[in-house]
Design a protein around this ligand. Structure first.
Ligand SMILES: [Zn+2]
Ligand SMILES: [Zn+2]
Length: 184
């Protein structure tokens, strides 16, 4: 019974040369945008204050009632995570470490973004959900306060490529973050 694997774990992507244990330090449990802070009118909801949420984990695995991001709802509208409903992005630094509740969701998220995935690892961790909403909560990202590092594994570049290929082929594509120039 000793050293049992935690029931609920989350998946975080970070540079391979970072020390995953630093995620356990509350001072490091903050998340910002991928690029420079982008304050101003909200480009995610175009000022509506409401965004379409599509849980990348459940899009990949099928709806799961136990999903911490969507509780099996998969697609729904809710308060825009970028502007928090007021149409203006003015707080991009959030408390917690950005994670996905499944490995599948993390890979889907990374594959959809034109992100550099070389030299990255996936950290599986256990912890408690934070109060803050991730900037990409509409993709099913969560913010957690890690309490235990469960496993670190290299990011599988082939899998990222395979998901990109599948999305480009038009198999259940995600309409908004899917680059239109890949059409045809
Ligand atoms: Zn879900
Ligand atoms: Zn917004």
């Amino acid at each position: 019974m000793a050293a049992a694997r935690p029931d609920t774990t989350f998946f975080h992507c970070c540079p391979a040369d970072a020390d995953p244990r630093s995620l356990l330090d509350p001072d490091n449990q903050v998340t910002g945008p991928w690029g420079p802070p982008d304050h101003g009118p909200c480009d995610k909801c175009r000022g509506d204050g409401v965004a379409l949420y599509e849980c990348r984990s459940c899009l990949e695995t099928g709806a799961r009632a136990e999903c911490s991001a969507c509780e099996g709802r998969v697609r729904f509208e809710a308060t825009c995570p970028a502007c928090l409903g007021d149409g203006t992005i003015d707080r991009t630094r959030r408390h917690g470490v950005a994670v996905f509740p499944t490995l599948e969701g993390l890979y889907r998220y990374l594959a959809e973004r034109d992100a550099h995935t070389e030299g990255k690892v996936v950290v599986e961790l256990a912890g408690r959900l934070g109060e803050d909403r991730d900037l990409d909560a509409d993709a099913g990202a969560l913010l957690v306060h890690p309490e235990e590092i469960v496993e670190v594994q290299p990011l599988n570049q082939e899998l990222i490529g395979a998901i990109r290929g599948r999305l480009a082929a038009g198999t259940p594509a995600e309409p908004r973050s899917f680059p239109p120039e890949l059409d045809g």
